[in-house]
Design a protein around this ligand. Structure first.
Ligand code: BTN
Length: 245
């Protein structure tokens, strides 16, 4: 494939390195991959467990004005989640699902996550977007705090092939976002793979912990929840799946 790939055996974070490359003025798009991360990051300032064996990958592309408009309508995390699940299935034969909005699941365990970040230029205007993707592959053990919720793909094929397929899949979906039919099709694929619907979720509403049932996504990819009393509301923050008692 005709895209520059920066490969490492060890790095702090592929997203952090991608940001440095953008700041140096490197041509876009490009990919950064590493065998291991020492400062892997997740959403909301969490760390992302990144030992040798997994795939730690960042795709960085230009935040063009016209593309930016589309990306506001359909969050890049949605695009990346569809691209990753499709690529995993094609290369490994394993069918994963998506927990809204950015978790990749296998048998209800988190086997991957997505961290989308915007990079600004000197004037504070969007210059690039990084899609950071972490996939757990054959991890022997997890730290205590994630032991219950984390899982791995039991697969020992070529990670290079998986990374290449993720790039192909991302590029083809990003192209599709340029028209409304394409955006609708991506959202439909996302909904088909999303295992959050029908589940009880807990989220913050006006500073209060609130419960409801996840029922759908709106046209911009936000989660719609039915709360007690039947009212449907849209969630913009984070929704945690409530454990069955
Ligand atoms: C999450 O689960 O909250 C998102 C995890 C994203 C992890 C990936 S691994 C590659 C890239 N580099 C990082 O530091 N984070 C992302």
């Amino acid at each position: 494939m005709d895209i520059k790939v920066y490969s490492f055996t060890e790095i702090g974070s592929t997203n952090d390195y991608a940001k440095e490359l953008v700041e140096e003025g490197i041509d876009l798009p490009f990919v950064v991959v590493s065998e291991k991360q020492t400062k892997g990051r997740g959403r909301r300032e969490r760390s992302f467990f990144s030992p040798t064996g997994g795939l730690y990958y960042t795709y960085t592309f230009e935040a063009k004005d016209d593309l930016g408009r589309y990306l506001d309508e359909i969050p890049v995390t949605i695009i990346a989640a569809v691209a990753v699940t499709k690529a995993i299935e094609k290369v490994t034969g394993i069918a994963t699902s998506i927990k809204w909005i950015n978790d990749i699941l296998l048998d209800d365990k988190k086997v991957g996550g997505i961290l989308a970040e915007g990079i600004l230029d000197n004037q504070g205007k969007p210059k690039a977007i990084s899609l950071g993707i972490g996939i757990n592959i054959r991890h022997q053990e997890f730290p205590g705090d994630i032991q219950e919720i984390a899982g791995s793909l039991n697969w020992d094929g070529s990670k290079e092939e998986l990374a290449e397929e993720i790039t192909r899949s991302l590029e083809s979906l990003l192209e599709k976002t340029k028209n409304s039919d394409g955006r609708e099709a991506i959202l439909k694929e996302y909904k088909d793979k999303c295992s959050t619907f029908g589940k009880k979720v807990v989220f913050q509403l006006d500073g209060k912990e609130t419960e409801g049932e996840a029922v759908d996504l709106d046209e911009s990819g936000q989660l719609i929840v039915r709360v007690f009393g039947g009212q449907r509301i849209t969630i913009f923050g984070e929704a945690k799946i409530k454990k069955e008692q």
